[in-house]
Design a protein around this ligand. Structure first.
Ligand code: BDP
Length: 590
């Protein structure tokens, strides 16, 4: 799915800013057809943002159910006769959209975009009313899963099995954009590198028309290859490659034929990714992942995309010497991927399939199903499949994305996990044969895990010294090493430890390094690093987490999860300096 662009044939307008907004805790809006007029009792709400923390009330923070957004949109008169599309970069978790009185689209899945073609409803020059209802409820049929309880006093309470706050709303930009009626619908590019040469395989889908030309240009505008077909291979001799730390981009310029041609310019990084034995290769060179699991999370705006925080986070990644991160536990804003493309930051791109596990959830009540696979059904699996396909459809052309992670910490010990995951892995491979596929596995030794052999890279979330052998780093070191060696023996694949860490409240220090101190966090990370450095197959270390982040209520959470190496407002804890000493000055370029 292509991102909106301004080109000679296309124009886009951002509909960000303050929208009219109403909570709908009693589900009145759909029955009363609120889209037909002004929202009752509306307040103003910024877009993009999570709505939860903006109004400063407990009800807003804990809201479970529908909320309504509305604004008026003036369609420029010069758009007369064009195709007009309303696009939501994200609506968490499901939305219905009306253009004036007409429903124009609906979508489920809070972290991937959707589009509503409104051409038939637009009168250029008119002012239209756009209304969106956004439902934040998580059910056993959704990804991520959850359960909504109705309490004796009539309130709803949302339970979920993942460890970050269920922020909701219009988290990313809303666009109105135009294209010609015959337009470039999609482009798929895969790249291969052989020595100094690169090959670009491309496919262009044109709605209602055909391709006139495809030109690959280097960053300075030099033409490197050209073709006139919708599908083909472009050879680039002596190519300037995209490499970790060097986000060199070419552009594939596509023009359609006809009297009203469409133009689109796709950024392309010339690189390739391969797993060979226990090595992870980028352009044939072994790559070692150093970085974090992150979150889209900030004070007040929650999961609302913010360029300021994004650029600062990338600056901190550079400061600390990280070369990569995982989009734990959902697809991040496309701005983030584009930034990573331009700056050579490597990404493991994850679906929102987090919390498919009752063993680690602390929110179960009597009467709940015994395990997750007894709770979810074909609808859940269809939602998971859609999440994989939508992730690949959105992100397939980003050179920064080197691997798909199709789930975080599912219950991979249950025999039912295998029939659940087999078709999903196959679907991920079918959607993109060019990248390895993984999932992040929770604290289970190889002999208890029933799905890891389906994947290309062993990604392990390990909490030795924290949830296991709390406070005892000597045992943690011994057991971690023994377990990793079992993985090496059993699978012979590259291993990335995709999570390890300890909670630390910034400012709490101790010479005896007790749990929750900055000092224990440093010692725990150093313990893991000693083990990693003794095992060749460990090709990656992603600390949990880049920054402190908001969670639901919990007796083991102090104003959220404190495993950040930076605080929520991005101040370094001692661990940040320790990581910087380890990571800087190695192979990460200045
Ligand atoms: C892991 C999860 C992650 C949590 C982390 C923790 O993958 O989302 O935040 O544990 O408990 O199980 O800090």
């Amino acid at each position: 799915m292509l991102r909106p662009q301004d080109t000679s044939s296309r124009e886009r307008v951002r509909l960000d800013g303050l929208w009219a907004f109403a909570f709908d805790p009693a589900d009145r809006g759909r029955a009363e057809e609120w889209w037909r007029g002004e929202l009752p009792g509306a307040v103003e709400m910024p877009v993009p943002a999570s709505y939860n923390d903006v109004p400063a009330t407990r009800e807003a923070h804990d809201h479970v159910g529908d909320v309504w957004y509305q604004r008026h949109v003036r369609v420029p008169a010069r758009w007369d006769g064009r195709r007009v599309v309303l696009r939501f970069d994200a609506a968490a978790h499901r939305a219905v959209v009306w253009w004036n009185d007409v429903e124009v689209g609906r979508h489920e899945g809070g972290y991937t975009p959707f589009e509503c073609d409104v051409t038939a409803h637009v009168r250029s020059g008119e002012t239209a009313r756009v209304t969106v209802v956004v439902d934040n409820r998580l059910h056993l049929t959704s990804i991520p899963p959850g359960i909504v309880d109705v309490l004796p006093d009539g309130r709803r309470r949302q339970r979920y099995f993942h460890d970050f706050f269920n922020y909701a709303g219009l988290h990313r930009t809303v666009w109105l954009y135009t294209t010609p009626h015959e337009y470039v619908e999609d482009i798929t590019v895969t790249t291969e590198v052989t020595g100094a040469d690169a090959r670009v395989r491309y496919r262009v889908d044109v709605a209602g028309g055909r391709v006139a030309e495809v030109v690959l240009r280097d960053a300075d505008g030099t033409e490197r290859a050209r073709a006139a077909a919708a599908e083909g291979t472009l050879e680039v001799a002596d190519a300037k490659l995209w490499r970790p730390g060097h986000g060199h981009l070419h552009h594939l310029e596509v023009r359609t034929a006809g009297a009203d041609p469409d133009e689109y310019a796709l950024p392309v990084g010339l690189r390739d990714v391969r797993v060979d034995g226990d090595r992870f290769l980028i352009n044939g060179e072994p790559f070692r992942f150093r970085g974090f699991g992150k979150h889209e999370d900030g004070a007040v705006r929650g999961k609302g995309h913010d360029d300021v925080l994004m650029v600062h986070d990338f600056a901190l990644l550079r400061w600390i010497g990280a070369n990569s991160f995982r989009t734990s536990h959902y697809p991040y804003a496309e701005e983030v991927l584009e930034y990573a493309d331009r700056h050579g930051v490597v990404i493991i791109d994850e679906t929102p399939a987090v919390g498919l596990n009752f063993e680690i959830a602390h929110t179960l009540v009597p009467g709940d199903p015994e395990h997750i696979f007894a709770a979810v059904d074909d609808t859940t699996r269809a939602a998971h499949l859609r999440a994989i396909r939508e992730l690949v459809a959105r992100d397939k052309n980003h050179p920064s994305v080197v691997m798909w992670s199709i789930a975080n910490e599912p219950d991979s010990a249950r025999p039912e996990a295998r029939p659940y995951f087999e078709p999903l892995v196959a679907a991920a491979r079918a959607a993109d044969p060019s990248r390895p596929v993984c999932f992040a596995q929770v604290q289970l030794p190889p002999d208890r895990d029933v799905i890891s052999d389906l994947f290309d890279v062993i990604c392990l979330n390990r909490y030795n010294g924290w949830y296991v052998d709390t406070g005892d780093l000597a045992t943690a070191e011994r057991e971690l090493e023994a377990e990793l060696r079992e993985w090496v023996r059993g699978h012979g694949k590259p291993i990335i430890v995709t999570e390890y860490g300890a909670d630390a409240v910034a400012g709490v220090r101790s010479v005896t390094a007790g749990t929750w101190t900055e000092d224990y966090q440093v010692e725990l990370l150093e313990t893991f690093h000693r083990v990693f450095d003794r095992i060749d197959s460990v090709v990656g270390e992603h600390v949990w987490n880049f920054a402190d982040f908001a969670t639901g209520y919990g007796v083991n959470r102090v104003d959220g999860n404190k495993k950040g190496v930076f605080t929520r407002d991005r101040r370094p804890k001692s661990a940040a300096f320790a990581l910087r000493r380890r990571w800087r000055g190695t192979d990460f370029p200045e």
